[in-house]
Design a binder for this molecule. Structure first.
Ligand SMILES: *[C@@H]1O[C@H](CO)[C@@H](O)[C@H](O)[C@H]1NC(C)=O
Ligand SMILES: *[C@@H]1O[C@H](CO)[C@@H](O)[C@H](O)[C@H]1NC(C)=O
Ligand SMILES: *[C@@H]1O[C@H](CO)[C@@H](O)[C@H](O)[C@H]1NC(C)=O
Ligand SMILES: *[C@@H]1O[C@H](CO)[C@@H](O)[C@H](O)[C@H]1NC(C)=O
Length: 244
């Protein structure tokens, strides 16, 4: 039905247990039943982000995004990253989350067209970045990709992807880039990227020697590729002295 392999129906307040001390990274999908509900959800979650930015050091990303282009006015996603389980559970237990999000969603009938779902990513140490310049771009062009490889293929492509992350750090218009493995599927990788514009992605990033080499060395092992183009509507992907 959707881009995500919809793993787990989202219990918004569920306690999470992952490898001790490991970061927790979620892409949550909220299929609302009306644009009014979608926009209210975004506004409530944006409000939580603002509070979280100053009060929760362990919350490192809490961004609200929607599909680009206006063709889908019902779906919202959140991109959330926590330093570890403790930071996540503390966030879920915060008063503002219960009152302005959980209670609202429980008390409002028919908010969802389908149950919200969540995909989690495994954060690979050193293989993602968000630059301070992200905060200066009014409408960053955000792209999430799901890539599936032949059995065992991730092992062969991962070095090429790591080179791509390193090369992307040097690209002035590549504001964020990260690769992640999928805890539920060893043959899958996820990427999260943000560019200063669509033009920069198409005409600079994709044309770099490293991107060409990556494609040349990995496309033969790839069995599927899905991409969602996203626009930020609230919250933050970058956390510095302020959040953006
Ligand atoms: C949402 O999209 C539907 C289908 O394209 C359209 O009929 C509707 O007017 C849109 N609603 C809003 C509030 O933009
Ligand atoms: C917005 O956040 C503040 C805390 O920063 C909270 O007191 C308020 O209830 C929130 N408003 C809504 C509508 O969730
Ligand atoms: C990135 O730039 C730095 C400094 O200019 C350079 O030393 C490094 O080799 C570059 N890395 C890549 C992967 O191009
Ligand atoms: C996330 O990944 C872990 C490890 O595979 C899994 O146990 C968990 O159910 C996943 N989903 C959520 C929502 O945490």
């Amino acid at each position: 039905m959707h881009f995500l392999s919809l793993l787990v129906p989202l219990g918004l307040s569920i306690q999470h247990v992952s490898a001790a001390g490991a970061p927790v990274f979620y892409l949550k999908l909220f299929p609302t039943s009306s644009t009014v509900f979608r926009d209210e959800l975004i506004s409530r979650m944006d409000n939580i982000s603002r509070w979280s930015c100053t009060n929760e050091p362990g919350v490192t990303k809490h961004a609200l995004v929607i599909p680009r282009g206006g063709g889908d006015n019902l779906t919202a996603y959140s991109i959330e990253q926590y330093d570890d389980d403790e930071a996540l559970n503390k966030h879920l237990a915060a008063d503002i989350v219960s009152t302005s999000l959980l209670k609202w969603s429980q008390d409002t009938p028919n908010i969802w067209a389908h149950n919200p779902t969540v995909q989690n990513f495994t954060v690979i140490s050193g293989q993602s970045f968000v630059k301070p310049e992200f905060a200066k771009v009014a409408d960053p062009y955000i792209v999430v990709e799901a890539l599936t490889y032949m059995e065992g293929g991730v092992h062969h492509v991962i070095d090429h992807w790591e080179e791509e992350v390193d090369a992307s750090r040097n690209e002035s218009g590549t504001l964020a880039f990260g690769i992640y493995t999928d805890p539920g599927n060893k043959d899958k990788l996820w990427t999260l990227a943000a560019y200063e514009s669509e033009d920069y992605l198409k005409n600079t990033h994709n044309k770099s020697p490293t991107a060409r080499e990556l494609e040349e060395h990995t496309s033969g092992m790839r069995t599927s590729m899905q991409r969602i183009l996203l626009q930020k509507k609230g919250g933050f992907l970058y956390k510095g002295l302020t959040c953006a």
